[in-house]
Design a protein around this ligand. Sequence first.
Ligand code: SF4
Length: 69
Amino acid sequence: MSDDQWGHCQHCQYFGSHARMPLGNEEAECKQPTLSRYKLVVFGASGCELFVVRAGLRPDIEQHEQAFA
Ligand code: SF4
């Protein structure tokens, strides 16, 4: 899988936060179907290649952040 798919948990639809825009220091369960069996609790600043952009966020939010890193 390409690095282009990598994204932060805080922007991911599988991040089990109830916040509209979770923060990097927030902890929540990862609900990604393949990973959910492990009951992982991850930080918003974490990330992985199974990332899918969270509803309500711009599709290019990860590219936008990298441009200013
Ligand atoms: S670990 Fe991966 S799939 Fe799970 S919330 Fe974080 S970016 Fe999304």
